[in-house]
Ligand binder design. Structure first.
Ligand code: SER
Length: 340
């Protein structure tokens, strides 16, 4: 019998670390196998059953996983983020789209083998939105899942398309074949806002100004934010992002009326983030030097998203609002990190 596992791709990223920690603490969870292009950080290794270092574009390597394990659920976190992707859009497309198809296909094969759908948990992003101008952004109510799905970035397009691919592999795969698939996949997706972790700094994202500002202040470095002070997009503290993934994964299928759900916590202006950061770290030197193109991307992302469907269907509710995120999670944990 093959060992039953949970597979996490992109496990060495920020969300991956939080997810491994949370899963390792849960009782009755299958062992974790991680896959990342980089070796998993030492601190994490004891918490997982196996570390595969490899590329999600390497189908031969993915096949060995299928042969070795029974995969119960996949958290497919591997991706090139929005800023990074604009420097190499075709590579981003390969990783973000072909990589996702490879994992969807693997899930489908596993679902057939075990005659039960594999849960495929997919983080999408506010980058799937593309508001036409700042007036529309300012005048909009919190944006619902199907509004303004006209992203301007390669990453946003990749995420939006992969949401559709998830729906295809969950409901319509080879719909004209003589014999219908009996076991497709159980695709579940959350659209994350910008994420702020106290323990890691992201790379390659456009929402990175918030975590960069905080981590710079905590480590006593000056920081020039690449945005205007009035820039407003939704954010969430990392522990809430991890809880959103776990909660959605645990929800009974029949309660889920959508495949894709917005989740959000707070939407501060960049100046508010500066103020909160500066009041926690008295010597903080934070300035604003907007980068025109990165700013332009942020101006197309909504100020607020509507997450009432997630709340109604699977009881989503963030633990941290803005003040609590700073006071109870970010500031104390970051302080500790840079003291050590
Ligand atoms: N944090 C991501 C980025 O900035 C958005 O999902 O690319």
């Amino acid at each position: 019998m093959r060992k039953k596992i949970i597979l996490i791709t992109g496990a060495n990223g920020e969300v991956g670390h939080g997810l491994i920690n949370a899963l390792a603490e849960q009782a009755n969870t299958p062992d974790i196998v991680v896959l990342d292009i980089r070796v998993l950080d030492k601190a994490m290794r004891a918490k997982v059953h196996e570390v595969k270092v490899g590329d999600i574009l390497d189908t031969a390597m993915l096949e060995t996983l299928t042969n070795e394990y029974e995969i119960d659920a996949i958290f497919h976190l591997a991706a090139l983020l929005s800023t990074h992707a604009e420097f190499n859009p075709e590579q981003a497309h390969r990783v973000n789209v072909q990589g996702t198809i490879n994992l969807l296909r693997l899930s489908l094969e596993q679902s057939r083998m075990r005659e039960k759908p594999v849960k495929f948990i997919y983080p999408s992003s506010i980058a799937v939105y593309g508001l036409p101008d700042l007036n529309t952004k300012a005048a909009s109510k919190p944006i619902k899942e199907r509004e303004y799905n006209t992203p301007i970035t390669m990453y946003g397009m990749n995420k939006l398309y992969c949401e559709h691919l998830g729906r295809y592999y969950a409901r319509h795969y080879r719909q004209l074949a003589a014999t219908r698939e009996t076991h497709m996949i159980d695709f579940r997706c959350v659209r994350f806002p910008g994420l702020i972790s106290a323990t890691t700094v992201p790379t390659g994202g456009t929402s990175d100004f918030a975590p960069e500002m905080l981590h710079a202040a905590a480590s006593g470095k000056p920081y020039a934010a690449f945005v205007r002070e009035d820039t407003r997009i939704p954010f969430m503290a990392m522990p809430d992002a991890v809880q959103a993934l776990l909660k959605l994964a645990d929800a009974p299928r029949e309660k889920l009326s959508q495949l894709v759900y917005n989740v959000t916590s707070f939407s501060p202006a960049a100046a508010e983030l500066r103020d909160l950061t500066a009041s926690a770290f008295s010597g903080a030197k934070i300035t604003f030097e907007p980068h025109l193109q990165r700013q332009n991307i942020l101006d197309t992302w909504p100020a607020e998203v509507d997450d009432t469907a997630a709340e109604a269907d699977w009881g989503w509710s963030p633990q941290y609002d803005l003040l609590h995120a700073f006071e109870d999670y970010l500031i104390p944990t970051i302080r500790q990190r840079y003291q050590d």
